[in-house]
Structures are given as structure tokens and as C-alpha cells.
Design a protein around this ligand. Structure first.
Ligand SMILES: Nc1nc2c(ncn2[C@@H]2O[C@H](COP(=O)(O)OP(=O)(O)OP(=O)(O)O)[C@@H](O)[C@H]2O)c(=O)[nH]1
Ligand SMILES: [Mg+2]
Length: 277
């Protein structure tokens, strides 16, 4: 991540520590998507430390580390239901496939429910993944109420895990958020505890808007944690730390490419490595 190099060079020039330089550092943090408020909070936290770079790294590490969480499938709940939500194009469908691959590789049987019923292309995209991964897919061949696909999938799935894809929705679109609530109500008719995990997929490259997305989706009230997609795509990184600091949501993993294999645990060390190099 490029911003770290910039950050490192800015910090190494910090000899005089005059006010002007603090402003400069604040600007660099803001540019790296940390946001003004968080940048100034961080500077206040490291200001009086002797080794700024170590202090900053340690602040970031302490924010991120407690949130790194593995997806643990509860096999007493069969299927264990994961629902992926998020804005358009964030990486939900690809992440469904990545999780299916990941969980299958861990020995679980996985079914998929295609609850993005608006676009035929969405179901096709997921069907192609399901075929490659050899997973059962529940879908509808005509545009239909996504809640009915969810209902059928829950009724019929015999696998350990059911991963539910949903349509992209802007966090401020009330109708679409109501539709999501309906999918949840319908699932709960079959299993009161469903869905067992609701994962918000956040595109690492969108900057400040990602913070707003998390704020609005958490108002929906069901978010168990996040997966950060497109970490390979030139993300500046600050957004992730901000989201972690503000919402303290578990981070279930990251997407590092378009292939089904490119899901991994969030590595705080890797994230911070460039800073320390
Ligand atoms: N480089 C990279 N591209 C990704 C990653 N995850 C998803 N993409 C790409 O981002 C684009 C959108 O991904 P989708 O999975 O279709 O996103 P979505 O949230 O399902 O989109 P909608 O269904 O339209 O809301 C596709 O071209 C994906 O291949 C990732 O981790 N890295
Ligand atoms: Mg999709």
C-alpha cells in the first residue's frame, strides 16, 4: 500500500516536530482515507511518543487485532446460514463464491441461494460459480421476490452451510432495505435464529463512502461483521482502520483478487508491514 511509504517518509522527517509538520502528517493521513477526525485523534495519541513510527503502528495494530475473526460454522445449525449484503458492485457475488470455495476446502458442504433476483445476469454469474465449485444452487429463472428464493433454499438445503447472495442496494434506499428485512423475516419463519451471520461486503477502494455504508447498514441492525473486498486494488487502507475504530465490527477476511481462491484472513502484520519496512 502506497500510502504507508509516504507516511513513513513523512514521519522520518519529523525532527523539529513543529506545528507545521503535524499539519503535514495530518494531511497525509487524510489523503490515505483516515478522515480528518480520525487523523487528528491519531496524531494526538502519538504526539508525545519518542518513536512515532512504532507508536503509530502500535495504535493501528491495537485497533485492528481484536477484530480479526474466523468464520466458524456452527454445525448444530444445519444449514448454517451466511447472508452477504452491501452496495452495488462491492464484491458480494464474488465473495459468495470465495466463501463457498473456502468453506468447502475446510470440509463443509455448501449450498448457495441466488437472492439477487432482479438481474438475470446476477443469477447466471452465481450459477457459473456454483457449477465450478460443485455446489447446489437455489435460484429462480424469472424475476421474483428474493424472499421466496430464500424461503425455498432454507426449506430444501441439506448442507452444512447455505450462503445467500443478495442484490446490491444503496444504503439509503428505503425500499431495498425493506426488501432485505423481508428476506430476513421469511428466513426466520423457518429458523428463528437465521441468518446466523450477516456479512457486509465493503470495497476497500471506495474511501470515505465505505464508512457511510457501514453506518447505514448497521442501522439495519443485523451486521455480524465485514469482509473487505478488493484489497489488491490500490486501497489506501485508512478506511479500514477507521471502520474498525468506529464500529468495532469483526473482520471475517479480505478479498485479494477476482478468483474463488482469493479470500484470506486479514493479516494485520501484512497490512502494517509496508510501514515498518
Ligand atoms: N481485484 C478484485 N476484484 C474483485 C474482488 N472482489 C470482487 N471483484 C470484482 O468486482 C466486480 C464486482 O463484483 P461482484 O461480486 O459482482 O459485486 P456485487 O457486489 O455482487 O455486485 P452487484 O451484484 O452488482 O451489486 C467484479 O468484476 C469482480 O470480479 C477482489 O477482491 N479483488
Ligand atoms: Mg452480485
Amino acid at each position: 500500500m502506497l500510502f504507508f511509504k509516504k507516511l513513513r517518509s513523512a514521519i522520518s522527517q519529523f525532527i523539529g516536530r513543529d506545528t507545521h509538520k503535524w499539519d503535514e502528517l495530518e494531511d497525509i493521513l487524510i489523503e490515505a482515507d483516515f478522515g480528518a477526525e480520525f487523523a487528528s485523534k491519531m496524531i494526538n495519541r502519538i504526539k508525545y511518543e519518542k518513536d512515532l513510527l512504532t507508536a503509530l503502528t502500535s495504535v493501528l495494530r491495537n485497533i485492528l487485532t481484536p477484530l480479526i475473526t474466523d468464520i466458524s460454522v456452527d454445525t448444530t445449525k444445519k444449514p448454517y446460514i451466511l447472508t452477504l449484503i452491501g452496495v452495488n458492485g462491492g464484491g458480494k457475488t464474488t465473495t459468495v463464491a470465495k466463501l463457498a470455495f473456502f468453506l468447502k476446502s475446510s470440509g463443509f458442504s455448501v449450498d448457495i441461494a441466488a437472492c439477487d433476483t432482479f438481474r438475470a445476469a446476477a443469477t447466471e454469474q452465481l450459477s457459473a460459480f456454483a457449477e465450478r465449485l460443485n455446489c447446489n444452487i437455489f435460484k429462480s429463472n424469472s424475476p421474483r421476490d428474493p424472499a421466496s428464493v430464500a424461503f425455498e433454499a432454507l426449506q430444501s438445503s441439506k448442507s452444512d452451510v447455505l450462503i445467500v447472495d443478495t442484490a446490491g442496494r444503496l444504503q439509503n434506499n428505503v425500499n431495498l432495505m425493506n426488501e432485505l428485512a423481508k428476506i430476513y423475516r421469511v428466513m426466520k419463519k423457518i429458523d428463528e435464529s437465521a441468518p446466523h451471520l450477516t456479512i457486509l461486503v465493503i470495497d476497500a477502494t471506495v474511501g470515505q463512502n465505505a464508512v457511510d455504508q457501514v453506518r447505514e447498514f448497521t442501522k439495519f441492525g443485523q451486521v455480524s461483521g465485514i469482509i473487505v473486498s478488493k484489497m489488491d486494488g490500490g486501497a489506501k487502507g485508512g478506511t479500514i482502520v477507521r471502520i474498525a475504530d468506529e464500529f468495532k465490527l469483526p473482520i471475517f477476511g479480505v478479498g485479494v483478487g477476482e478468483s474463488v481462491e482469493s479470500f484470506e484472513r486479514f493479516s494485520v502484520n501484512k497490512f502494517l508491514k509496508d510501514l515498518m519496512e
